[in-house]
Design a protein around this ligand. Sequence first.
Ligand SMILES: *Cc1c(COP(=O)(O)O)cnc(C)c1O
Length: 503
Amino acid sequence: MPDIAVPHIPDPQPTLDPEDWAQTRALGHRMLDDMIDWLAGARARPVWQRMPDALRAELRTPIPRQGAPMDAVYADFQRFVLPYSSANEHPRMMGWVNGGGSPAGFLAELLTGIFNVNCGGRDHAAIEVERLVVAWAAEMVGMPAETTGILLTGSSMANMVAVLVARRAALGGRVRAQGLRSAPLVAYASAAAHGCVPRALDMAGIGSDALRAVPAGPDHRMDVPSLRRAIAADSASGLQPFLVVGTAGTVDTGAIDDLAAIADVAQGAGIWFHVDGAFGATAALSRQLRPLLAGIERADSLAFDFHKWAQVPYDAGCVLVRDPAAHIETFAQSLAYLTHAERGLAGNPPWPRDLGPDLSREFRALKVWMTLKAYGADGIARVVESGCAVARHLAARIAREPELELLAPVVLNIVCFRVAAGAADLDRLNRDVVADLQEAGIAAPSTTTIGGRLAIRAALFNHRTVEADADALVDGVLAMARRRSEGRVHQATADHRHPEYPA
Ligand SMILES: *Cc1c(COP(=O)(O)O)cnc(C)c1O
């Protein structure tokens, strides 16, 4: 080191930092106290309440010219935002696929905000933490130690990145400069695959029509003989099969494709094997459930989320790619202003920006690292197993209720059922019952369609959900359905209906 001291310059004023940190400190402590009370009180509150129209209108101000004291800004958060959450914190949030967050995760988010590093690349510790978390993810599913990966907003982007890597692997580096040039690429996924898979093909310029929806059986798993036939037929007609997507945990029912059989087909046909394990891959942490995912370790790439079953706060998706060269060759660019240096802050390649579409990125890895360190793989495995146990309890209760009908097998933590009597239009009745439960704040399941019939869908992802919550859901469904079939319904006010969904 040259004998030159680091300069000392007193803090200039004014900056955005306060002259005296005491107020910031006090407000920060108060916010944390308030938010911990809010979280601890979740169970005692209605699951959801709609933000009133008048408040939405009041929120819409022009950009403020003058600043306001931070206390006043915080008061606005408490009035406009806090009471009208998406309900992820609540034990009876059972809709879609939403994680509940956790103390380790929210404390990490606080650190991330203050630390404010840019994880596009360069030589700093956060890059090492992200590499470690990626290595843990590979270890979780049994992919090789040299597997590369990055954290992204979610599985939608992770699936997109995997499609781009598979596209370059199929067509070579030229596709990055020249585009598809009408290369007749085709891809395969089960009919139960998530909508972000066709969208990834759309965004990759391949087109969603290039995705063959392979039929799923009554167990909602991909029919592998159909996959084999589709690949053979497409190859025979001069198309270029390049990608097969297995789903580990379908969004509708939680079905897990036979990943080992799909891996065999992909290997035999010489095409890329990608797994969408958005939530299901997390089940690999459970020794009891790991066998259901057999074959996931053979994936060329894997997309999954830490923000779903692993309870990391939003957002935290992850893509893993087995072949580091294939991954880097999809995204790396040589740009004068972003050159890797041999030493100094610009060292330490490859950078996350060489592995995905983003340059500036937040430090997502911190909340994943701290969550896994705080609870351990076993702690998250217990959450996963408990969600499955509550799902089995719910399914058993549904089987005992003559008015209810189970619509799909329960493999993991998702239960699809419906009220099977009491109205001519049962789809309508069940849709209304779900909205009734949400508006009453009792529980928030979502809906889907199973075999052409509208299903009430309860997905048990929140670590706070217990069997009594599942019973409260069933009690609520029965009460709302009886109220409707007996004509004791208050018509929802116009205020409660979105113009696109008229009464
Ligand atoms: C949630 C989900 C996705 C999309 O993931 P995001 O994190 O919401 O982008 C994709 N596939 C499956 C099976 C999912 O459950």
